[in-house]
Design a protein around this ligand. Sequence first.
Ligand SMILES: Nc1nc2c(ncn2[C@@H]2O[C@H](COP(=O)(O)OP(=O)(O)OP(=O)(O)O)[C@@H](O)[C@H]2O)c(=O)[nH]1
Ligand SMILES: [Mg+2]
Length: 463
Amino acid sequence: MNESEMFGSKLRSSFAVVGHPNKGKSSIVSTLARNDSIDISRQSGTTKTSNRYRIDTGNGGFELIDTPGFQRPRQVLKWLKAKANSADQYTDAIKAFVMDESCQQNFPDEVELLSPLVKGAAILYVVDGSRPYGAEYEAEMEILRWTGRPSMALINPIESDEYVVPWQNALNQFFKMVRVFNPMNADLQEQVSLLNTFALLEPKWKNNLELVISDLIEQENNLMLQSVRILADLLVECCSYQFQQKVLTKGQAESTQGFLKIQFNNHLINEEKNAHQALLELFAYHKILIDKEDLKVGPDLFDTEQWYLWGLSKKQLAITGTITGVATGAVADMALAGSSFLLGAVGGGILGFTSAFFGSDYIGKMKLKGLPLGGYLAQQGPITDLNFPYVIIGRFSYLYEQLKNKNHADRRDVDLNTVELSAKIKMLKKEEAKQLHKACSLLVKQKVASDLKGALEILFSSI
Ligand SMILES: Nc1nc2c(ncn2[C@@H]2O[C@H](COP(=O)(O)OP(=O)(O)OP(=O)(O)O)[C@@H](O)[C@H]2O)c(=O)[nH]1
Ligand SMILES: [Mg+2]
């Protein structure tokens, strides 16, 4: 058994991703390894050395090797042909090539990319389906055939799938298996289907790759549960948070109000940022949204006009409120307020309406209390507006959705300015929406929302 196949005590498969420069080799490794620190660039020749990435999924695992592209395949083939007269000598010629000092100097990229194959890796040959096929690729494929390693070809439709069919025709001459795979947008199902074809390359790798596949499917659900946990903690923290300051005089108390408000707002903004960061880490994204300038969380968290975009619309809040009100008998005037709103009878500002509607006078409550032994306690918060938890849920679940549907080869930042929660709530069954609404109502009333995680899990399962 080759040592490259052993990781600990387990037999693991190893795949070298090879091909012409700039065809998306590193992009494929990045997506399958869920690693966004691998260099990807429009510039040809980005990857200069072979790099191994071990993917450990818990019960299973495999190895991907990112390699530099072929630079001078025709000359390499010429060198090899001078070494071998018949097919039984081909693999020895390849071994001699990677060991040869002058080859290491003259053909460093080819030596780098062929070395893992000599050590036992299988071949994933990558081409670009948006560029035409040309005979110049044949020297590369011929060299790969000489290694004698199990192999398959991947057509990456980088800009389009215009030339996929001619590529399929050509690649079928050299490879038993040819698949189209776009690392930028392949979803879990497509990735699993690709891993299933990897398992066909070498029978002894099959069991382990099947474990990888079942791990990945289970992992998706675990990611959802862990995301819900982060969000539930964030909601409890944000909805219960209040900031207090003891002062001596009423005048001092009034003059600290501005300061208190800033502290209060900053705390909530930071809590939300930390939770978003934790979500990025959970999904193993280390490069996107790290710079706070790039963190597109939109304007001030307390821009209440925005709340109706990030949380629920006024109409939806009214309808949801009505459901709860009728079902639980709580918030008696809600149905009435809701129906008058729906008839368009509401005047005044949005803020005024919601506040009156949900019985809160302030977005961030400002209280001033006289203390028994003299002095005053100025207090900011907690937030009692019912749309506030929906705003937090809307933004977090949108980030979750983006990350869930994103691949690690796709390095674009996530845009949190187009949050859409309303449609997701609409997709819930009446009972489910009611459960979530009840949890949110309890949160803003400073009560324990024991069903919060359950309600969020239902919402997240539909994303
Ligand atoms: N739109 C789109 N662009 C892609 C896709 N795959 C790769 N690219 C782009 O193609 C270029 C090359 O990607 P890499 O993954 O660096 O290619 P490579 O084969 O590793 O390149 P070298 O290391 O230079 O040999 C980059 O600009 C990628 O963003 C794709 O599926 N869709
Ligand atoms: Mg590369």
